[in-house]
Design a protein around this ligand. Structure first.
Ligand code: PLP
Length: 465
């Protein structure tokens, strides 16, 4: 058997064992970057644990509390060992956005600080600029190449030297774009740190199918969400903070669980001197034990094997989509970004075009694919930067649009600028099999040689972005 056949046999069996609900319900799930699917055994093991144990609010000395504390701490240790992160604190948060908010709120932004970020970033990273602005700091975007959607290195280095005089400098970028699937080079971590910058790595889209080794690269801050890795539980993520960067985060208040001592008859308190400082109130101690089981599940399969599998399927999908042409020779599909899957993950964005090169509005395709029980995602995926590049929207156009009206909507923008935004994202994960992709390919083939109908054009702006 070839390696590919072996992988196929292994993952087809895994699908039957752990994800049979997909086939039972005839679901074609291709939104793994949005959220992963949980394996059946993870639920079984976790619910068995809950059914057979008594857990109480942690940080007390009674037996139920001690068990909860023990399970939370063993999940924390598992996260650190999974990412080879012994030099880091693991702060449990409600999701990657919660982790990013901790950095935004507590990083020492002031009039002597700078926040540099790539235009390919999730809105939860983009939003940190508001903390920076509010405290008088300078924020600046660095661009992505139109052709391959990778970081424009020359521009990045230029901006780094331009802003190097600031005292506190934070650079933020995604290890993998949640839109294009491009894996940005992790070399920028060390490169910027050598120039005195702190680096915030958004690993949310990268870690579900790729190994992040925090001994090999050492960003100051890393954020992720666990449901994107193994589907269950939702509502949990973490911020990994390099121990030697911990004191950079200045917490401005205290809450239950974050202090070692507080007085009320005197204005004094001591914050806990570790991860607990940022874990406000009661942790999600019933769900946190499932993180350990989820990471075990990934380790049992192996990230190398997972990566090979999802990239093999991504290649199959891309090749077959690009092979689709109308009778007049025009391509049906445009895949945005690089034409090679090197340094790429298993999510792609595409647009569909009719024989006259008129783009199918994503709103229309979303409605059509929904009818076929195909879960794909459309819009701009909380990452407007990539969308602005793909739709060739300039700063001048956006500035003129924003300054021309008070109340704005996407539909308004389409009529004002005459440009459509958005695309279709297809993402592949552990449970995906070739048959899912064949259903999507057949769905795509049904569009061949057909003009975009008028009703489709009327749907532009039908959804929130
Ligand atoms: C790259 C990236 N960063 C951050 C986030 C935010 O994650 P969450 O919504 O779980 O907070 C996402 C979610 O899609 C993402 O893909």
């Amino acid at each position: 058997m070839s390696e590919k056949e072996e992988l196929n046999t292994y993952f087809e069996a895994l699908r039957k064992r752990e994800f049979s609900r997909l086939d039972k319900d005839k679901q074609v799930y291709l939104d793994f970057t949005g959220g992963n699917l949980y394996p059946q055994s993870l639920l079984d093991k976790h619910f068995d644990f809950l059914k057979n144990n008594t857990l109480g609010n942690p940080h007390s000395s009674n037996p139920s509390s001690l068990l909860a504390t023990k399970k939370v701490e063993s999940a924390r240790a598992k996260v650190l060992s999974f990412f080879n992160a012994e030099d880091y604190y693991c702060i449990f948060t409600s999701n990657a956005s919660g982790a990013l908010q901790i950095v935004g709120e507590n990083y020492p932004f002031n009039d002597n600080s700078c926040f540099l970020l790539t235009s390919d970033n999730h809105n939860s990273v983009n939003g940190i600029r508001e903390y920076c602005k509010e405290r008088g700091g300078k924020y600046q975007y660095t661009t992505i190449n139109y052709e391959d959607l990778h970081i424009n290195e020359a521009e990045l280095l230029e901006k780094v030297s331009e802003y190097n005089h600031f005292e506190n400098k934070l650079f933020a970028y995604p290890a993998q774009s949640n839109v294009s699937g491009v894996k940005h080079d992790l070399k920028y971590i060390q490169l910027l740190q050598d120039k005195g910058w702190d680096v915030l790595l958004d690993a949310a889209a990268f870690v579900p199918t790729s190994k992040l080794d925090l001994q090999a690269v050492k960003p100051n801050f890393v954020c992720l969400s666990f449901y994107k890795m193994f589907g269950y539980p939702t509502g949990l993520g973490c911020l990994l903070v390099r121990k030697d960067s911990f004191s950079k985060l200045n917490k401005h208040w205290f809450a239950g669980g974050t202090v070692s001592f507080v007085a009320v008859n005197y204005d004094g308190y001591y914050l806990v001197n570790n991860h607990e400082r940022f874990e406000n109130g009661t942790l999600n101690y019933l769900d946190i034990p499932a993180i350990e089981l989820g990471l075990d599940f990934i380790e049992e399969i192996g990230l190398t094997q997972i990566n090979k599998r999802v990239m093999g399927l991504t290649e199959y999908l891309v090749n077959n989509l690009l092979a689709l042409h109308h009778e007049n020779g025009k391509p049906l599909v445009k895949v945005f970004g690089p034409h090679t899957l090197e340094n790429h993950g298993s999510n792609i964005i595409v647009n569909f075009f009719d024989p006259n090169e008129q783009a199918y509005p994503f709103e229309y395709l979303q409605v059509l694919s929904n009818k076929e029980n195909i879960s794909i995602r459309s819009g701009c995926f909380c990452n407007p930067g990539i969308d602005e590049i793909n739709s060739c929207m300039t700063t001048d156009e956006l500035s003129s649009f924003f300054s021309s009206r008070d109340h704005r909507s996407y539909k308004d923008m389409v009529s004002y600028l005459g440009k459509m935004r958005g695309a279709i994202r297809i993402s592949i994960g552990i449970p995906t099999i070739e048959a899912d992709l064949d259903i999507l390919l057949n769905f795509s083939k049904a569009l061949l040689n057909k003009e975009v109908p008028q009703e489709a054009l009327e749907m532009v702006g039908a959804f929130n972005q």
